[in-house]
Ligand binder design. Structure first.
Ligand SMILES: [Zn+2]
Ligand SMILES: [Zn+2]
Length: 312
């Protein structure tokens, strides 16, 4: 289980950074967040397989977040994909994807389902037994969504307590775990809350997309007990005005949102091509803020892998 940074640049490809794309590999599934130009080529250098991607989440419809989609879909078709794929994004995503599907001659013989997510409020947009994915409205020059991937953990069984209460070990324990009451050996009714301990803390990853800093997004992360935040930090803080004008965030902005969110790990991405020749100013600010705020801050690099610890 890990996060793979396929592209960590902003706006246009740079010498050292491809446009934005992030893959989360979790329990055999791969989730792709944004798909900038060249994303499929970046995958070749990693163990992210395009055929294992069933869900793509688009933050917004700027080219540096979507121009990799047509090539990726066409390659999936070329390689004989038959399984459908789901693409989630803000309003107008469907028209854009349909346009991509009409580009040139290709052999896409699988279903592409597009889900346009309203941007008025947060939604849980996808749920399985082991995870939930939420959208959150952000503030950028075009409609933009942030996302939160949250692992679902089941409550743990207090076996010692169950034995003390005289529960038949076996099917009854399973029933209690599933939320049903059972009858003990001496005829007492035992309820799940009598023997279940709170679930372990799961993995929860927030991703901002392109945005001005939003304190409410930080509060949302806090409410979901987020431990990792991937936040855009296009500029260092001396370029505050550029950030504000282009509706992006600085390093300090991202740190503030991470602090409000109470995360343990902050990963900065969507880094301007202006730092291609020298990261010195950027890096110094990160080191200083990391010390000052006592926060683990990582500057994402293309092809960087960030391991996800189970039960973190
Ligand atoms: Zn961007
Ligand atoms: Zn943008």
């Amino acid at each position: 289980m890990k996060i793979v940074f396929l592209g960590t640049g902003a706006a246009v490809p740079a010498k050292n950074r491809s446009p934005t794309s992030i893959a989360i590999k979790f329990n055999g599934e791969t989730f792709l967040f944004d798909c900038g130009e060249g994303t499929q080529r970046q995958m070749i250098y990693t163990d992210v397989s395009p055929m294992k991607i069933d869900n793509i989440f688009i933050t917004h419809l700027h080219g540096d977040h979507i121009l990799g989609i047509p090539g990726l879909l066409q390659s999936m078709g070329f390689n004989g994909r038959r399984d459908h794929i789901n693409i989630y994004g803000p309003p107008e995503t469907e028209g854009i994807i349909n346009g991509m599907l009409n580009m040139g001659y290709h052999s896409i013989n699988f279903q592409v389902n597009v889900y346009e997510i309203p941007i008025e409020k947060p939604y849980c947009i996808l749920e399985s037994e082991s995870y939930k994915i939420y959208s959150y409205p952000m503030e950028h020059s075009v409609p933009t969504l942030g996302y939160v991937f949250k692992e679902k953990k089941k409550p743990q069984l207090d076996i010692k307590r169950a034995i003390e209460l005289g529960i038949n070990v076996g099917p009854d324990l399973k029933k209690l775990k599933e939320g049903y009451s059972v009858v003990s050996k001496d005829g007492r009714k035992i309820h799940p809350e009598d023997v279940l301990l709170p679930p372990k803390r799961g993995i929860s990853i927030g991703y901002s997309g392109d945005t001005l800093p939003l304190k409410d997004f930080g509060k949302f992360l806090k409410s979901l007990d987020c431990n990792i935040l991937i936040h855009e930090a296009t500029f260092d803080s001396s370029k505050k005005e550029n950030a504000f004008e282009t509706m992006h965030s600085t390093i300090e902005d991202a740190v503030n949102i991470g602090t409000i969110g109470g995360v343990e790990e902050l990963i900065l991405t969507h880094i301007s091509a202006r730092y291609d020749d020298s990261m010195e100013v950027y890096l110094n600010e990160v080191i200083n803020l990391s010390r000052e705020k006592n926060l683990n801050i990582t500057i994402a690099e293309d092809l960087m892998e960030f391991p996800l610890k189970k039960g973190k």
